[in-house]
Design a protein around this ligand. Sequence first.
Ligand SMILES: [Zn+2]
Length: 233
Amino acid sequence: MKLEKYVLLSAKLGLKSGLHIGSATAKDVGKGEPLPVMKSLIKNLPYIPGSSLKGKMRSLLEITYGQTQNGGPCGCGKCQICLLFGSGSHSTTQEPTRLIFRDCSLTEKSAEVLGKLGLENKPGVSIDRKTGMARGGALFPMERIPEGSEFDFQISIRIFEDDNTENIRKWLIVGMYLLEQDALGGSGSRGSGHIEFNNIEFDKAKFPENWREEFKNIKSELLEKAEIKKVKH
Ligand SMILES: [Zn+2]
């Protein structure tokens, strides 16, 4: 199969609540210091690893379309999700991964604000169910990238000769919508990691402002009607 081109999806990824994507190892835990967020070695600025976004989008699509295997990621190598995200080395059908998620850096403006204000420290409070009072010791305080921060989000998409670019776009709309409804990083069920996408461009064309509406129209038919590869007859 021939690689035809690369198509870029770019967007601004904004934080609607603080985000914690941790870099702590077991030896960091319990020292009384807040659990650190991932930071780049050179600039010492927090960033969002592409692997976190890729893994989360994949798992949300898999649970939406019932494509998990024993609760883990699907590795069939044939379904639309495997075509997009890759199928792992244990699969018998080897298809190249279509989606390359870049690490997301803070925009210049957000990096400047963060330089002044710093990261927030969220106390890790655990509530005692009997008394309704805070109970110490069970959770650790953690660093969060503050709400309002903005990142540059990019996916480079490999388009092979038989691929349907428009259908890949549809899958990404649903994936991004699901990411907005869910949460990224740690403590997601307790408020952290609420994100939104703005200024989305796909192959140099702007997504319409109401792109979330499109999600509702295509979500149910995606698995059957939005095939990534044209089937050869
Ligand atoms: Zn699969």
